[in-house]
Design a protein. Structure first.
Length: 438
């Protein structure tokens, strides 16, 4: 295991250095459901948490364990758990500490799927989500009461792209005994939320972590930096006997293992019961992507900045949405504070012709793919109002940053000249059709 703190090295060398059985350097795919116990005592110890080890791949698997170790090291956390998707990571991160009658306070600047989960599905479970505008961090404190179990936000909100005030909200939360959960999907490597006070980080590994667009997955990372015991009355699910696991108190059970009560509970209860497990094959795929993540992020950031500058000067574009570009001074300053080494690969823009112009632009693309994903090595484009955010009302869409004519680009790692050439011809085609229609 490396002692380096450099992401380029951590992404390759952290976690298991080789397979202990055969010496393989590449992490093997352990495509197995179950694991042979040494004897009856060994089996009993595993189930009683007296030993940590593999029981069943729904809960733990050596391939996913290797991915978890690398993600933990890359983020500077204490422990992690891989899950079946980014949506699963978001849902479980909250369900691990909140139950019926509780609430969380969430930023309004969210991916459409997360908004739906919070506003509708969680409501059926009895968990209230209170949405506040992150432009004023104090709004989180104003919405907090004794049943508030977490604050939730995206580092680089998709599609609004206004960097979240991580340290400000984390500090408010710690004073009130409320942990901040950060979705860092759009900003791996360039932002490390734990360094700014976040307690939990979640990812859709489907995006930049993999980069190849082949696999669905998610990750929950425990920072090990939040004192659950000091706020025990607020978090009975962690600090009082759990009847689902023979009365285990998770803050006590975790002490021999380190500050991982949160991740220990989510693995041994929710993952056990709900089974949102990442497949070993997908974990293997994400490990391959992770090894080149720091290099890819440099190119995503470089190309994203070039595309944003190109669009800013184009006569058909009324507005470009990009971190730090033409944003209010305080929001632009957050990009400088929290994003190091680049502003990411997401670029939004609006066309003069509104929604119809946006659709014509999408249909004219040749190199750029029209898909519902971000973080791929390929450049991707989509019209959120009619796709990713279409289940939201118009008011909800605008709250998340989606307007009728908004187009989102996930800028890939192709040569920047080729990306811009395709955008240029698509914009020209859109203008030509608009002229004919006029």
């Amino acid at each position: 295991m490396t002692t380096s703190q450099n992401p380029e090295t951590l992404a390759i060398h952290s976690g298991p250095r080789m397979d202990a059985t055969n010496g393989a350097v590449a992490v093997p795919i352990y495509q197995t459901t179950s694991y042979q116990f040494r004897d009856s005592e060994h089996a009993a110890n595993l189930f009683a948490l007296k030993e940590l080890g593999h029981i069943y791949s729904r809960i733990m698997n050596p391939t996913t364990d290797a991915l978890e170790a690398r993600m933990t090291a890359l983020e500077g956390g204490a422990a992690a758990m891989a899950v079946s998707s980014g949506q699963a990571a978001t849902a479980l991160s909250i369900q691990n500490i909140a139950q019926a009658g509780d609430n969380i306070v969430s930023s309004t600047d969210l991916y459409g799927g997360s908004w739906n989960l919070f506003a509708h599905t969680f409501r059926t479970m009895g968990i209230e989500v209170r949405f506040v505008d992150p432009a004023d961090p104090k709004a989180f404190a104003a919405a907090t009461d004794k049943r508030t179990k977490a604050y939730y936000a995206e580092t680089l909100p998709n599609p609004k792209l206004a960097v979240f005030p991580i340290a400000e909200v984390a500090e408010i939360g710690r004073k009130l005994g409320v942990p901040l959960i950060m979705d860092n999907t759009a900003a791996p490597v360039i932002c490390r939320p734990f360094e700014h006070g976040a307690a939990i980080v979640v990812y859709s590994t489907t995006k930049y972590i993999g980069g190849h667009g082949t696999s669905i997955g998610g990750m929950i990372i425990d920072g090990g930096n939040f004192d659950w015991e000091a706020n025990g009355a607020r978090f009975p699910m962690l600090t009082r006997p759990d009847p689902s696991y023979h009365g285990a108190i998770w803050t006590e059970a975790a002490k021999p293992l380190g500050p991982i009560a949160y991740i220990l509970k989510v693995r041994t209860t929710l993952q056990r019961d709900l089974g949102m497990a990442m497949s070993p094959f997908n974990a293997f795929q994400f490990i391959q992507g992770l090894e080149t993540l720091p290099l890819r992020m440099r190119e995503h950031c470089r190309n994203g900045a070039m595309v944003a500058e190109y669009l800013k000067k184009h006569r058909s574009v009324t507005r470009v949405i990009y971190p730090g570009m033409d944003q209010p001074m305080d929001i632009a300053a957050r990009a400088d504070r929290y994003l190091k080494g680049g502003r990411g690969g997401l670029v939004g823009f609006e066309l003069k012709g509104g929604v119809e112009a946006g659709k014509r632009f999408i249909d004219a693309l040749k190199l750029v793919y029209h898909v519902a994903n971000i973080g791929d090595v390929r450049t991707l484009a989509i019209h959120p109002a009619s796709t990713t955010h279409s289940q939201l009302s118009e008011a909800e869409q605008r709250a998340t940053g989606v307007t009728p004519g908004y187009v989102r680009l996930s800028v890939g790692i192709e040569h920047a000249d080729d990306i811009i050439a395709d955008l240029d011809q698509a914009l020209a085609a859109s203008e030509g059709r608009m002229a004919k229609a006029a």
